[in-house]
Design a binder for this molecule. Structure first.
Ligand code: PMP
Length: 352
């Protein structure tokens, strides 16, 4: 750290992204990407847009905002487009937490605490229950800005829409952010509730179900006043936050509903296959509605298993945190990748 660095940020511990190897080829089940390429529509539209790269992109992202609004049955004024959903989440911390603290589960997306520290926001982590479910009373009786991933990560467990509505309804004076990065794999979106509640912000991403993690595209859906706040921040940081290729790839992807649905269905089928096979090997799994499973086996050390899988050419995610140190978070890939994972785990168990 240089002597010039902002003292207020001395305590900032940056987010640790999952490994993105460039050398050896791994079966990559560690960062919840899609095993499928982006829609051919998206690739074609991005490629057409690349010829105009001498020009800045449309700062309003109008065509994409409109396409997202149409897809989700809302108005354009209810949509903001960002550089990955990480960006809209950061904007929400900037916009809604300075006076109020942020609250979120103790086991959830690791970026929330980083965004809080970066923005000088106090935060309170609410412990998940023993079975890793959320106790909604923690969010009804508190007074912070709420951040809940639904389904949650790394557990994959989803909240019912009724429970989300209870949280949103219980305090109209604070914003509730529902991070739906994984909702397309079996969760229920809270988007319809934005018509009823002015304090609800939904964030989603093109990184998972629309196979565009490398393009960096996310969005927020909320009442128009919330979207206007967030755009105020966007225009004060980087009005050109979404580049021309990504913008058009997004339009191509969101208008190819059939490709999207087919891939989501395949991921769900592969998740069911993986769950059954892991259970046969004696693993316990949380009930995941996401494109990953969260699993542990009694007597099997989480970190050692992660390292042994890596030696065998398979990357999964391990978190060195007390309650979950023996769990592995395994992204659902293509069927043959999941078969290879199961075979590798069988060998590891037998070697033991
Ligand atoms: N929310 C959750 C719960 C996530 O796991 C992720 C991806 N790691 C994100 C948001 C951000 O995804 P992106 O910035 O790629 O949209």
């Amino acid at each position: 750290m240089s002597k010039f660095f902002n003292e207020k940020l001395n305590g900032l511990v940056p987010y640790t992204p999952g490994e993105q190897p460039t050398g050896r080829k791994y079966i990559k089940l560690n960062t919840n990407e899609s095993p499928f390429p982006p829609s051919p529509n998206a690739v074609m539209m991005a490629s057409m847009a690349s010829g105009d790269c001498q020009l800045y992109p449309d700062p309003d992202c109008s065509v994409l905002v409109k396409a997202i609004a149409q897809t989700y049955g809302v108005e354009s004024e209810n949509v903001i487009v960002t550089n990955g959903s990480d960006e809209v989440l950061n904007f929400a911390f900037m916009a809604y937490c300075c006076e109020k603290k942020a609250i979120f589960p103790d086991l959830t997306y690791g970026f929330y605490s980083v965004f809080a520290t970066l923005n000088g926001v106090q935060y309170c982590e609410k412990p998940l229950k023993e079975d890793f479910t959320i106790d909604i009373n923690d969010y009804i009786l508190d007074d912070g800005t709420v951040f809940i991933a639904n389904p949650n990560a790394p557990t994959g467990i989803a909240l019912e829409l009724d429970d989300i509505e209870k949280i949103v309804k219980s305090n109209p004076d604070r914003v509730v952010v529902i991070d739906e990065a994984y909702v397309d794999f079996g969760g229920k979106s809270a988007i319809p509730l934005i018509k009823k509640y002015k304090n609800l912000l939904i964030t989603q991403t093109f990184s998972k179900s629309r196979s565009m993690a490398g393009a960096r595209l996310g969005f927020g859906i909320a009442d128009k006043e919330i979207i206007s706040d967030l755009n105020r921040i966007r225009y004060s940081t980087n009005p050109y936050n979404v580049n021309r290729m990504t913008l058009m790839a997004g339009v191509g992807a969101i208008t190819d509903g059939e490709y999207f649905r087919k891939n989501c269905e395949q991921v769900v089928l592969n998740r069911e296959y993986t769950t059954v096979e892991l259970e046969k090997l004696g693993f316990e799994l949380t009930p995941s509605k996401a494109n990953f499973v969260f699993a542990k086996k009694k007597g099997l050390d989480g970190e050692k298993t992660y390292l042994k899988l890596k030696e065998k050419g398979i990357l999964v995610r391990h978190f060195n945190k007390p309650r979950i140190k023996d769990y592995l978070r395994i992204t659902i890939g293509a069927k043959e990748e999941m078969t290879a994972l199961i075979q590798a785990l069988k060998e590891i168990i037998e070697e033991k």
